[in-house]
Design a protein around this ligand. Structure first.
Ligand code: FES
Ligand code: FES
Length: 152
């Protein structure tokens, strides 16, 4: 076993892990169920989290690389009024059906908006390009994000 110290949703954490454990396994075993298991090998984006403000696939991150990093999941942003507005726009646009991909999409957009407060449609498409959706497709999530940016 190894100890890894990092910040999770603003709280310092010391995790006792085995070296091959992924961040996705760790998060789901500790109750962060917004982080979804999809493909397990970096292709679907359902496990997207923010690491030092960058959107990353938690299934590809081995726990030891997180030492001293800052990890955020959607749970950290539950009380964020701007994110609530973006979620409302996802609903309004019909961008959510089963919702399995939605936390990952939202976090990919949060990462983009932290870097660029007024991204254009190409930047939005790029940001969502790693998040697969088998129900809704991509036009509606992109429209929701565009509306959100227009209203800012
Ligand atoms: S579960 Fe991580 S990218 Fe699919
Ligand atoms: S809404 Fe079902 S996978 Fe995207």
């Amino acid at each position: 076993m190894l100890s890894v110290r990092f910040t999770l949703n603003g709280q310092p954490v010391t995790a006792e892990i085995h070296p091959g454990q992924t961040l996705l396994e760790y998060l789901r075993s500790t109750g962060f169920f917004s982080v979804k298991y999809g493909c397990g090998h970096g292709e679907c984006g359902t496990c997207t989290v923010l690491v030092d403000n960058m959107a990353m696939n938690a299934c590809l991150l081995l726990m030891p690389v997180l030492e001293n990093r800052r990890v955020e999941t959607l749970e950290a942003l539950e009380s964020d009024a701007e994110l609530a507005e973006l979620q409302e726009l996802f609903i309004d646009e019909g961008a959510i059906q089963c919702g399995y991909c939605t936390p990952g999409m939202l976090l990919s957009l949060v990462a983009l908006l932290r870097e660029d407060s007024k991204p254009d449609i190409n930047a939005i498409r790029d940001a969502l390009s790693g998040n697969l959706c088998r129900c809704t497709g991509y036009v509606k999530p992109v429209s929701a994000a565009e509306r959100f940016i227009l209203c800012r």
